[in-house]
Design a protein around this ligand. Structure first.
Ligand SMILES: *Cc1c(COP(=O)(O)O)cnc(C)c1O
Length: 365
């Protein structure tokens, strides 16, 4: 007869739930300082400084009356709308709760424990974290002097265990972007069994004429996926919706890894209405681009190392004590920035007045 005592002995008594080994060194989330006063310039997260479009707010008010219902699990209308915008099939589009949600699905779909994911470093901080949580091994290839991806070294890092390569263009946090020819040359060196994800979170701010045309690459190859988001230029960071475009096969597999109903009904509706307002949003992005050119030009004669950026932020390459001092100066000026102590400081571009405050700090130091 099994007694209660015996059963707990079988299961092992004492101790506590044990997460997988990898969780021993995954850092817990450290919340950033919040912009809790109107004086604070929130320039740490590359969000759009423009408030929501009136058309989006109106649509959300209508949609809010139906939130007792589940969202469309197949995200039919939004997928069709995105497909129409890019001239691809609706079966070539997947959405997720932010593009980080899609990244997580990609790792779940393609990586077995111990498989490798190659990406440049420094790049988007979510890459190593999501790869490790999925049990994959991040292979981080240092950027070149000019802040661009070292595609040659990245291609050389691909081996039998590599399942995914991530290219971030324009790169967060450095603002450098990849040219079409560079990417084509890179793809020629990578076997088609390796998925190449081109993360274009900031593509709406890109003005380089030779910028990579990832959609044309999807038509030509079986292993390219474009990742985009409504969080930056589309101004919907708080609603969490991003999308992927690839071949019907890749998209079909990726969709299977989705948490059911993960793109909520408000996010679906706001994204659809935002696509209808493409011109208005493009004009907003153009404003930021004009400010970017002004800010970068103003910093040319200073000692700060600021290269041209293709995104809605600038990157100040600085380390050690100087980095700490600059970070403090931004803090004192109530400007929230992203400080990477060993590499530099990233500052989001916003309206002219906020950008002037940034310039003032940089010129005073
Ligand atoms: C901001 C950002 C994203 C977008 O993340 P969401 O989850 O869509 O908000 C994706 N990739 C990069 C490189 C980013 O900087």
């Amino acid at each position: 007869m099994t007694t209660t005592t015996n059963r707990s002995a079988d299961l092992g008594t004492g101790g506590m739930p044990k997460p997988r080994e990898v969780f021993r060194h995954i850092p817990g989330y450290k919340p950033g300082r919040r912009a809790d006063s109107p004086n604070i310039a929130p320039l740490a997260s590359n969000e759009s400084h423009h408030g929501p479009l009136p058309s989006v707010l109106e649509a959300l008010a209508v949609e809010a009356q139906r939130i007792n219902r589940y969202p469309d699990a197949a995200v039919t209308e939004l997928h069709e709308r995105i497909a129409r915008k890019y001239g691809v099939g609706a079966d070539q589009v997947a959405t997720g709760p932010g593009s980080v949600g899609i990244l997580q699905q990609l790792f779940t779909t393609y990586c077995e424990s111990g498989d490798e994911v190659v990406f440049a470093w420094r790049s988007f901080e979510a890459y190593p974290l999501l790869a490790e949580i999925a049990g994959a091994k991040p292979i981080m290839v240092p950027l070149r002097e000019d802040e661009s991806h070292d595609l040659e070294a990245m291609a050389a890092s691909v081996n039998d265990r590599t399942r995914i390569v991530l290219l971030c263009t324009p790169n967060n946090p450095t603002g450098a972007s990849l040219s079409h020819d560079e990417v084509v040359e890179f793809l020629a060196k990578v076997p088609e069994r390796v998925l190449v994800v081109i993360d274009e979170a900031y593509v709406e701010y890109e003005t380089a004429e030779d910028a990579v045309d990832s959609l044309s690459l999807i038509a030509e190859r079986s292993n390219v996926l474009t990742l985009r988001t409504f969080s930056k230029a589309y101004g919907l960071a708080g609603l969490r919706v991003g999308y992927a475009i690839s071949t019907p096969t890749v998209i079909g597999d990726l969709r299977k890894a989705a948490l059911p109903f993960s793109v909520n009904s408000l996010a679906q509706r706001a994204a659809i209405v935002s696509l209808d307002a493409d011109d208005e949003l493009a004009a907003r992005a153009a404003e930021v681009v004009a400010e970017r050119e002004r800010v970068v030009a103003e910093l040319e004669d200073t000692d700060w190392q600021v290269l041209p950026s293709q995104a809605n932020f600038i990157w100040i390459r600085v380390a050690g004590e100087r980095c700490a001092a600059l970070g403090e100066a931004f803090d004192d000026a109530e400007i929230l920035t992203r400080v990477f102590p060993d590499d530099g400081i990233r500052v989001t571009l916003a309206d002219r007045a906020s950008n002037d405050r940034v310039l003032e700090v940089l010129k005073a130091l």
